[in-house]
Ligand binder design. Structure first.
Ligand code: BJW
Ligand code: ZN
Length: 240
């Protein structure tokens, strides 16, 4: 199975890779939907990852994200991240679309990375949208800082439920989906839209869909090949 996947990748003209939280699990960054260790097993997404939750208690949302940012910054890219950076070097038309907000792909050396759900370490005003650089002490404050332009709350530049994905990133994704002949889907449950639609769209446009995950997911029925195991173990074997 893995040899077949490796052959398909080696022969691909355009490879679209979609990653999710599972890729960072081996770096110690928790996933969202793991029944025991996932963030949503311990925290309520409606309170923390929505405009309503932020309006209700901006301090709670801010502190939760700043704790996660500190964890992400302390994490180290794992062999799965490094393998994807290597694949990008080997395959000139490889593009990576990630749902992850931790930037471990970039820290592993990936350069063609599109962030579908934003980045934890970037900050913008919730009202006027302007980007802000923060001082270290502002991150540790119990409440989010205020925007120097309009006075609105500053928030991490991530995409909450009910919010649109960055239009330029989504446009790039739809275009790449039309072109790709191999899609590699790694470490995502395929529960969150619109990213969850990508494998089906690619397949309908003629791509081979290869899934890497420790378990079956909503993507599995759409995949031509499903490889079971961790991304850190399987991804480095894709060009052997
Ligand atoms: C391993 C492993 C190892 C573990 N190796 N594998 C159509 C139908 C129904 C609903 C909607 C729809 N269109 C839009 C919606 C609403 C909503 C949605 O999708 N809801 C569903 C949950 C039903 N979507 C939105 O609101 C999106 N916006 C949007 O569409 O705007 C237009 C619109 C609005 C309203 C209505 C209609 C249209 C925005 C979605 C934003 C998602 N945000 C979050 C939080 C980001 C900030 C933060 O980090 O806090 O993004 S939610 C969370 O889920 C996070 C993730 O990026 C995302 C996906 O999770 P992921 O990466 O798949 O992680 P897990 O935990 O689910 O899975 C991990 C996988 O790894 C598992 O399979 C494991 O087995 C595996 N694994 N270890 C390999 N070592
Ligand atoms: Zn502002």
């Amino acid at each position: 199975m893995i040899e077949q996947a490796a052959r398909q990748l080696a022969a691909a003209n355009h490879t679209f890779c979609l990653t999710g939280a599972g890729v960072s699990a081996e770096s110690g960054v928790p996933t969202f939907r793991d029944a025991r260790t996932g963030l949503w097993a311990r925290f309520d997404p409606a309170q923390l990852a929505s405009q309503e939750g932020f309006a209700t208690d901006p301090g709670r949302v801010w502190r939760w994200y700043m704790d996660r940012l500190a964890m992400a910054e302390a994490a180290i890219p794992n062999p799965g991240h490094r393998a994807l950076a290597r694949l990008e070097q080997l395959l000139p038309t490889f593009v990576l679309f990630t749902q992850n907000v931790d930037e471990l792909h970039e820290r592993a050396g990936s350069q063609r990375v599109y962030h579908l759900h934003g980045c934890l370490a970037r900050f913008r005003c919730n009202d006027c949208g302007r980007l802000h650089e923060l001082q270290p002490q502002e991150r540790k404050a119990p409440l989010p800082p205020r925007c120097s332009w309009c006075g609105g709350w500053i928030r991490p530049d991530v995409v909450w439920f009910g919010e649109n994905l960055p239009p330029a990133v989504l446009d790039a994704a739809w275009q790449a989906l039309e072109r790709c002949d191999v899609m590699l889907v790694v470490g995502t449950s395929g529960e969150v839209y619109p990213a969850a639609l990508f494998p089906q769209v690619a397949r309908e446009a003629g791509a081979r869909v290869i899934e890497i995950n420790t378990q079956a997911t909503a993507i599995t029925p759409v995949a031509h090949v499903s490889l079971r195991g961790t991304s850190g173990q399987l991804l480095p074997r894709l060009w052997e």
